[in-house]
Design a protein. Structure first.
Length: 185
C-alpha cells in the first residue's frame, strides 16, 4: 500500500485501527504481516527468557506492541523491544496517546520470516541504528542463528553472529539468552 502520510496522520490512523499493525517508513504506510509458527515460537521463547531475568521495576518486554520512531520519518513495531520503565512517565494518565518511543532502547529484536526478512535488514535496521538503539538483534529460526549489532562508544555498530550457547545481552548486565533452548525443537 503506497500511501504517503505525515506523522500526525499516521498516529491518528494507528489509533483508529488498533487491530492492524501499521508501520510508516519514510512516509510510506505498510501493514506488518502475519507471521509463521516458527517466528512466533522463537519470539515467545525469547520473551519468556527475558521476562524471568529482568527486574519489572526497571524494564518491561513488549512484543509487537510498542512503536519506535525516528522523528518525522519512520515508525516501526519491533517484534520485541526491551523498554526502560522510566520511559512510561510520558504516558501516565493519558488514554489518547499512541505508544511511541524516540529514545534509544537497550534491545530491539526482529525475528526473520520469509515475508519480512529482507525488509527488516534493509529498512528497519538502519533506522534502529540511526536512533541509537544499543543492541539490535535478528533471530533466524530456520538457520538457528542470532545476529547482534551492538552500538560502540563512537556510534558505530559491531556485528556478531551466534549459533549456539549463551549470548549475553551487553546492554542489560546479567541477562543472557541460551540459544540451545531458544532453538530447541
Amino acid at each position: 500500500m503506497a500511501v504517503d502520510l505525515r506523522t500526525d496522520a499516521y498516529e491518528r490512523l494507528a489509533l483508529a485501527e488498533p487491530k492492524r499493525r501499521w508501520e510508516l517508513h519514510d512516509g510510506e504506510l505498510r501493514e506488518k504481516p502475519p507471521m509463521t509458527f516458527a517466528h512466533g515460537f522463537a519470539l515467545r521463547a525469547l520473551h519468556r527468557m527475558l521476562v524471568i531475568q529482568l527486574d519489572p521495576n526497571s524494564h518491561e518486554v513488549a512484543v509487537n506492541q510498542s512503536r519506535v520512531r525516528r522523528p518525522a520519518a519512520s515508525y516501526f513495531i519491533p517484534d520485541l523491544a526491551v523498554l526502560p520503565v522510566a520511559l512510561f512517565e510520558a504516558y501516565r494518565g493519558r488514554r489518547d496517546a499512541l505508544e511511541v518511543y524516540d529514545s534509544p532502547l537497550p534491545l530491539v529484536v526482529e525475528v526473520w520470516s520469509p515475508s519480512t526478512g529482507e525488509y527488516d535488514v534493509d529498512n528497519k535496521f538502519p533506522v534502529y541504528q540511526a536512533r541509537g538503539d544499543l543492541e539490535i538483534w535478528r533471530i533466524h529460526p530456520f538457520e538457528q542463528s542470532l545476529t547482534a549489532w551492538r552500538r560502540q562508544p563512537d556510534g558505530s555498530y559491531v556485528e556478531t553472529v551466534y549459533q549456539a550457547g549463551a549470548v549475553e545481552v551487553a546492554s542489560l548486565p546479567g541477562v543472557e539468552i541460551d540459544l540451545d533452548v531458544l532453538f530447541a525443537d
